[in-house]
Design a protein around this ligand. Structure first.
Ligand SMILES: [Zn+2]
Length: 162
Protein backbone atom coordinates (compact mmCIF):
# COMPACT_ATOMS: atom_id res chain seq x y z
CA UNK A 1 0.00 0.00 0.00
CA UNK A 2 1.50 3.31 -0.93
CA UNK A 3 1.93 6.05 1.58
CA UNK A 4 -0.76 8.42 0.32
CA UNK A 5 -3.36 5.71 0.32
CA UNK A 6 -2.38 4.73 3.80
CA UNK A 7 -2.70 8.34 4.96
CA UNK A 8 -6.13 8.56 3.37
CA UNK A 9 -7.28 5.37 5.02
CA UNK A 10 -6.13 6.59 8.39
CA UNK A 11 -7.95 9.86 7.84
CA UNK A 12 -11.37 8.39 7.17
CA UNK A 13 -11.33 6.39 10.39
CA UNK A 14 -10.76 9.44 12.51
CA UNK A 15 -13.56 11.93 12.88
CA UNK A 16 -11.20 14.65 14.08
CA UNK A 17 -9.17 14.86 10.91
CA UNK A 18 -6.87 17.82 10.58
CA UNK A 19 -8.74 19.69 7.81
CA UNK A 20 -11.91 19.49 9.89
CA UNK A 21 -10.11 20.92 12.91
CA UNK A 22 -8.86 23.83 10.79
CA UNK A 23 -12.40 24.69 9.82
CA UNK A 24 -13.72 24.32 13.36
CA UNK A 25 -10.98 26.46 14.79
CA UNK A 26 -11.57 29.21 12.26
CA UNK A 27 -15.33 29.18 12.83
CA UNK A 28 -14.98 29.23 16.60
CA UNK A 29 -12.45 32.04 16.45
CA UNK A 30 -14.84 34.07 14.34
CA UNK A 31 -17.78 33.64 16.66
CA UNK A 32 -19.62 30.88 14.82
CA UNK A 33 -21.03 28.28 17.18
CA UNK A 34 -21.67 24.74 16.09
CA UNK A 35 -22.22 21.12 16.95
CA UNK A 36 -20.17 18.21 15.71
CA UNK A 37 -21.43 15.06 13.98
CA UNK A 38 -25.09 15.70 14.67
CA UNK A 39 -26.44 12.16 15.23
CA UNK A 40 -29.99 12.84 14.09
CA UNK A 41 -29.23 14.43 10.75
CA UNK A 42 -28.59 12.40 7.57
CA UNK A 43 -24.92 11.69 7.04
CA UNK A 44 -23.96 12.95 10.54
CA UNK A 45 -22.59 16.23 9.18
CA UNK A 46 -19.11 17.11 10.44
CA UNK A 47 -20.16 20.57 11.60
CA UNK A 48 -23.71 21.81 12.18
CA UNK A 49 -24.55 25.48 12.64
CA UNK A 50 -28.15 25.70 13.84
CA UNK A 51 -28.34 29.46 13.74
CA UNK A 52 -27.35 29.38 10.08
CA UNK A 53 -29.29 26.19 9.41
CA UNK A 54 -26.18 24.94 7.72
CA UNK A 55 -24.28 21.65 7.62
CA UNK A 56 -20.64 21.61 6.69
CA UNK A 57 -18.90 18.55 5.35
CA UNK A 58 -15.12 18.54 5.18
CA UNK A 59 -14.37 15.99 2.48
CA UNK A 60 -11.16 14.16 1.80
CA UNK A 61 -10.44 14.44 -1.92
CA UNK A 62 -9.63 10.74 -2.31
CA UNK A 63 -12.49 9.16 -0.42
CA UNK A 64 -15.13 11.48 -1.74
CA UNK A 65 -13.76 11.44 -5.29
CA UNK A 66 -13.05 15.12 -5.89
CA UNK A 67 -13.42 15.39 -9.67
CA UNK A 68 -10.53 17.01 -11.49
CA UNK A 69 -8.50 17.26 -8.29
CA UNK A 70 -4.85 16.29 -8.26
CA UNK A 71 -5.35 14.62 -4.89
CA UNK A 72 -7.90 12.23 -6.33
CA UNK A 73 -5.99 9.60 -8.24
CA UNK A 74 -7.27 6.05 -8.38
CA UNK A 75 -4.68 3.56 -7.11
CA UNK A 76 -3.03 1.47 -9.81
CA UNK A 77 -3.63 -1.75 -7.91
CA UNK A 78 -7.16 -3.01 -7.21
CA UNK A 79 -8.35 -0.23 -9.47
CA UNK A 80 -11.85 -1.65 -9.94
CA UNK A 81 -12.32 -2.03 -6.21
CA UNK A 82 -11.37 1.57 -5.54
CA UNK A 83 -13.39 2.97 -8.42
CA UNK A 84 -16.55 1.27 -7.23
CA UNK A 85 -15.85 2.06 -3.59
CA UNK A 86 -15.42 5.77 -4.32
CA UNK A 87 -18.44 5.75 -6.61
CA UNK A 88 -20.53 4.38 -3.74
CA UNK A 89 -19.16 7.07 -1.42
CA UNK A 90 -20.10 9.74 -3.94
CA UNK A 91 -23.59 8.32 -4.37
CA UNK A 92 -24.06 8.32 -0.60
CA UNK A 93 -22.78 11.91 -0.37
CA UNK A 94 -25.23 13.04 -3.05
CA UNK A 95 -28.13 11.28 -1.29
CA UNK A 96 -27.24 12.86 2.06
CA UNK A 97 -27.01 16.36 0.57
CA UNK A 98 -30.35 15.85 -1.14
CA UNK A 99 -31.99 14.69 2.10
CA UNK A 100 -30.60 17.60 4.08
CA UNK A 101 -31.67 20.09 1.43
CA UNK A 102 -35.19 18.66 1.44
CA UNK A 103 -35.25 19.17 5.22
CA UNK A 104 -34.39 22.82 4.65
CA UNK A 105 -30.71 22.69 5.56
CA UNK A 106 -28.02 24.49 3.67
CA UNK A 107 -25.05 22.27 2.92
CA UNK A 108 -21.51 23.41 2.35
CA UNK A 109 -18.86 20.97 1.18
CA UNK A 110 -15.26 21.96 1.80
CA UNK A 111 -12.64 19.91 0.00
CA UNK A 112 -9.43 19.03 1.74
CA UNK A 113 -7.39 20.56 -1.10
CA UNK A 114 -9.11 23.90 -0.49
CA UNK A 115 -7.55 23.91 2.96
CA UNK A 116 -3.95 23.59 1.79
CA UNK A 117 -1.86 26.45 3.21
CA UNK A 118 -1.82 28.56 0.04
CA UNK A 119 -5.59 28.66 -0.43
CA UNK A 120 -6.79 28.11 3.13
CA UNK A 121 -7.34 31.74 4.06
CA UNK A 122 -9.42 32.40 0.96
CA UNK A 123 -11.50 29.26 1.52
CA UNK A 124 -12.24 30.07 5.15
CA UNK A 125 -13.04 33.70 4.45
CA UNK A 126 -15.42 32.68 1.72
CA UNK A 127 -17.02 30.20 4.14
CA UNK A 128 -17.64 32.98 6.67
CA UNK A 129 -19.03 35.20 3.92
CA UNK A 130 -21.36 32.43 2.74
CA UNK A 131 -22.61 31.75 6.26
CA UNK A 132 -23.38 35.41 6.87
CA UNK A 133 -25.19 35.61 3.56
CA UNK A 134 -27.26 32.53 4.42
CA UNK A 135 -28.13 34.07 7.79
CA UNK A 136 -29.30 37.32 6.26
CA UNK A 137 -31.39 35.54 3.64
CA UNK A 138 -32.92 33.11 6.11
CA UNK A 139 -34.15 35.85 8.40
CA UNK A 140 -36.90 36.45 5.90
CA UNK A 141 -38.21 32.91 6.52
CA UNK A 142 -40.59 32.94 9.45
CA UNK A 143 -40.60 29.42 10.76
CA UNK A 144 -38.43 26.34 10.56
CA UNK A 145 -39.52 22.79 11.20
CA UNK A 146 -36.84 21.87 13.69
CA UNK A 147 -37.17 18.52 15.47
CA UNK A 148 -36.45 19.94 18.94
CA UNK A 149 -34.05 22.19 20.77
CA UNK A 150 -30.50 20.97 21.09
CA UNK A 151 -28.12 22.19 23.75
CA UNK A 152 -25.13 24.14 22.51
CA UNK A 153 -21.88 22.24 22.51
CA UNK A 154 -20.18 21.95 25.88
CA UNK A 155 -17.29 24.26 26.70
CA UNK A 156 -14.82 21.39 26.86
CA UNK A 157 -15.55 20.68 23.21
CA UNK A 158 -13.99 23.98 22.21
CA UNK A 159 -11.35 23.07 19.67
CA UNK A 160 -7.80 23.78 20.65
CA UNK A 161 -4.85 24.44 18.41
CA UNK A 162 -2.75 21.38 17.64
ZN1 LIG B 1 -9.49 18.17 -4.03
Amino acid sequence: MDRDLHTNMAAIRSKNTKPEILVRHYLWGHGFRYRLNHPRLPGKPDIVLRKYRTCIFVNGCFWHGHEGCQHYTVPKTNTEFWVSKIRRNKERDAKVLHELASMGWHCIVIWECDLKPKVRKRTLESLAYTLNKIFLQDRTVKRYAMPEEEPMMAAEDVPTER
